[in-house]
Design a protein around this ligand. Sequence first.
Ligand code: ADP
Ligand code: MG
Length: 721
Amino acid sequence: MSASPVRIAALTAANYSRVATTLPCKGAKTACHYGSLVFNDKVMQARLPKAVYKSLKKTIEAGAVLDASLADTVASVLKDWAVEHGATHYAHIFYPLTGITAEKHDSFLEPDGRGGAVAEFNGKVLIQGEPDGSSFPSGGIRATSEARGYTAWDVTSPCYLQEGANGATLCIPTAFVSWTGEALDLKVPVLRSMKALDEQARRVLKLFGHANIAHITATAGPEQEYFLVDRSFVLARPDLMTAGRTLFGARPPKGQEFEDQYFGVIPERVLACMAETEAELFKLGVPVKTRHNEVAPNQYEIAPIYEQANVAADHQQLVMTMLKRVARRHGLECLLHEKPFAGVNGSGKHLNWSLGNATQGNLLEPGSTPHENLQFLVFCAAVVRAVHRHGGLLRAMVASASNDHRLGANEAPPAIISIFLGSQLADVFEQLKKGKAKSSKKAGTMDLGVPSLPILPKDAGDRNRTSPFAFTGNKFEYRAVAANQSIGAPLAALNTIMAESLDYIATKLEKAKGKFEDNVAELLTEIAKEHSAVIFNGNGYSEEWHKEAVKRGLLNLRTSPDAMPVLASKETIATYEKYGVLTARELESRRDVALEQYCKSVIVEANLVVELVNTKYLPASIQYQTDLANNVAALKAAGVKADTALLEKVSGLIADLQVELAKLVKTRSHHVDGLLAEATHFKDHVLPQMLAIRGVVDTLEGVVADHYWPVPSYEEILFSK
Ligand code: ADP
Ligand code: MG
């Protein structure tokens, strides 16, 4: 028997029934720890001098200019608090264009000149850091030799402690820019776009007669899908380990066809892991709320309560970090790739988004009679207009090599960006096209016909699963966001295009003569007429929609190389520059980084395919072929009639595999000039060739005797809980 030792070890090591109970405080007690690692409002109020606290609070809540002269006081209080909580180091946390969370730690300790050391931390190091920026992608903004980059304290996102086994680190959320002042990260555009959104939304609210208008912010609640699989299998699968997804794997006899996973009972081991992840996130003040089984086997979801957009973005990064970290404590691996397994659903991130403030509340709250709520209709129309004008940009903001495996694959929204409004609002918009809206469909109630069951209130509109951008009651849900990606870029895009629409509306209304209500009605009719093409309430997966969308002039940017150029299109540049979110140079650099990342992802996977075929799949198949051949020879020698069909089949597949592999090796090294051309080459030639090879290997997996197979199968990985 020649079973792969790696596979045997993985199967033996898999902890099917292990339930780790490592939580120091369980159950209801977790509440006392909520925010215990955060330098939050309560701590600041208790510890900072009153005037300093007030000034900081104004910056945090009303977007006022940060008074840098306070930094020394804040730094000293912050350090004492951190050290009391076991911190030995501090780190500026930033979010470079790679999408990762970056951190560089420095010790508080400095020699005191007398042979000892003291903990030091001052305003200067709180406000500004200077990490070496040369190894982060800048898309040509910086030459390799030009290293200087700065991190700048984002006072609106609270500092927190990251605990390690041997001490804690004080984490300071920051923005990351180059020495020349250009944004090199995902946070700067979020903050700039939020400022633009506040300014433009304020103009509109003023027109509606509001005198007292609190700072308006975008809000975000990202739902995160992920897989949890036994880590032993990941260690035995170089594709999962290196690419985060399986590049091979025959479909198991059972997949997700029974739909017996979605909202199913959460397995005990997974529940223990989730509870610990949540407890860790609670300590960090991340308000995670919802957990459940997702559609694919071993797939789950976690969702927080929404927060101010930039804080939500920082917290979302912490969610991803913590999911991965805690999973390992339970012998599990958290896969955040958008498509780790072929044949079952992949993972996304639904970005729920709205805008509002303390005085006027959620500006996308329709009330029960939206047709009468002109202010709501204006904000809603602004979204419709923005998404219609910039659908391509929204698509580009979620483009990546990995998300291409998911978008448009009948499990996730199509790459065509349309808006679902629900029947009630869609009806109002239909009315608006013709003039004033006069009625709203009623929400009603539902009598279930059983006296002991309650009468349920019924929403005015159904949900639509297939829409990439859906109105869900009092917020929009952008569903094409990738599981693995930061929500920063899509958030900034939403805020920016919304600011542009609100600017357009405010400018028109400010100039208009006559009765305000009539002017609003006229403008709403104009927007409904010009932009309703983006509203679609039907099945986004259907063929007909794809045809219909073309007729309506909507873009269908199927793949990343199709979409990424929009990141620096004329329209994008004009909009981003107008609202001071990003310059042409910054946008071009982002496009180039995205294309570069795309090419790198594909080439790594292509290299893996070549390596795995050469070192695992071919040798295992040849071993089996040899044993079959020996068997045929032995039978012949014994004078028994030998059936050679299986041997011939295996031999044929091995020959095919070698032919296909040679083609990949050739196309992989084909040189093309220019990033877009290179990405397009990878998409058109390298990826399809990888799939051709996968086809042969997966067929072999179904033919070669199980104990020869060198890696754990889909069945083993997906159905061990
Ligand atoms: P579903 O899966 O039904 O869409 P979930 O409860 O899983 O709903 O997620 C909804 C998300 O939307 C939550 O994170 C929630 O906090 C968020 N959300 C609710 N209201 C707003 C809002 N005004 N702005 C942004 N996000 C919101
Ligand atoms: Mg959900």
